[in-house]
Ligand binder design. Structure first.
Ligand SMILES: [Zn+2]
Length: 274
């Protein structure tokens, strides 16, 4: 596989809570899920640490283990939890969490795993519309709680309070049956991931996107998935993120596109497979 990627924090003053790593045969992308300002998490390390630690554990396991992606993720969650369960309250409902996308090539097959709302786009040979894999259970549940936040100007102080209220309301649904699943301290979340295996000769290319990058398509509707793949293939992942930033700066208050974060950490990887 030939892998290219780019990642950019929402602001140069804040740590990037996305994580991306690759080898010639494997790619992992994580999007750390926020602890908004003023919110408790029970963890002194923070979301960026969680995403980085779980992500680096996963990429190491992908190079060493022949286990299934679900097994590797469950083990990775256990390992990461064991690195701070003696200093932090890992059972706190706001304990750091992350979405996960994993892609691995073994011989002539490609395995994938998607947990929560990062996006995997597969450019399947012979079809115009790419295959798009993401789990939007969080977004579906979130609709119940977004109204107050979406009505406010993104730059306003009360938007920060509304975002905090939203995130805290969502915690009651996290890693519960009937709720949504994400990597945090419970390894059972791995079993809730979407997984699949495809022959490599059916896939031209793949893209892994955090929701800060996929918003160009799935929130702003400024490109189709096919057009996003074309930008990635022709101009590269950094160009896709630049398109996202241009859109965000054109709507700083979130009037046109209501959203939790005016700017978000954004990560895109593009993988040529055949
Ligand atoms: Zn911690």
């Amino acid at each position: 596989m030939r892998v290219t990627f780019a990642t950019e924090p929402a602001s140069p003053d804040r740590p990037n809570e996305d994580f991306i790593a690759a080898t010639p045969d494997a790619v992992v992308l994580l999007d750390g899920a926020g602890t908004p300002a003023g919110s408790e998490s029970g963890c002194s390390h923070g979301v960026a640490w969680y995403a980085r630690t779980l992500g680096s554990t996963l990429i190491a396991s992908l190079t060493q283990s022949a286990g299934t992606l679900t097994e590797i993720l469950a083990e990775g969650i256990k390992t990461t939890t064991s690195l701070h369960d003696f200093t932090c309250d890992v059972n706190h409902p706001g304990s750091p969490s992350a979405t996960v996308v994993m892609l691995r090539r073994t011989g002539e097959v490609l395995d994938f795993l998607v947990l929560a709302d990062s996006v995997l786009v597969l450019d399947v040979i012979g079809t115009e519309d790419p295959m798009v894999i993401t789990d939007d259970r969080e977004g579906q549940i979130g609709k119940r709680y977004r109204t107050a936040m979406d009505a406010l100007d993104s730059g306003a102080l009360d938007h920060t309070a509304a975002l905090r209220a939203y995130v805290e309301a969502m915690r009651a649904h996290r890693n519960r049956d009937g709720g949504f699943w994400i990597a945090s301290s419970n390894p059972l979340a791995a079993e809730q991931a979407l997984t699949g295996t495809l022959p490599t000769d059916q896939i031209r290319a793949a893209a892994l996107l955090s929701d800060g990058a996929s918003r160009l398509v799935d929130r702003f509707h400024l490109a189709t998935w096919r057009q996003a793949l074309d930008v990635l293939a022709q101009d590269g992942p950094a160009a896709l993120i630049r398109r996202v930033r241009d859109a965000e700066h054109s709507d700083p208050s979130g009037k046109r596109w209501p959203r939790g974060k005016s700017l978000d950490d954004a990560t895109a990887a593009y993988i040529r497979i055949t």
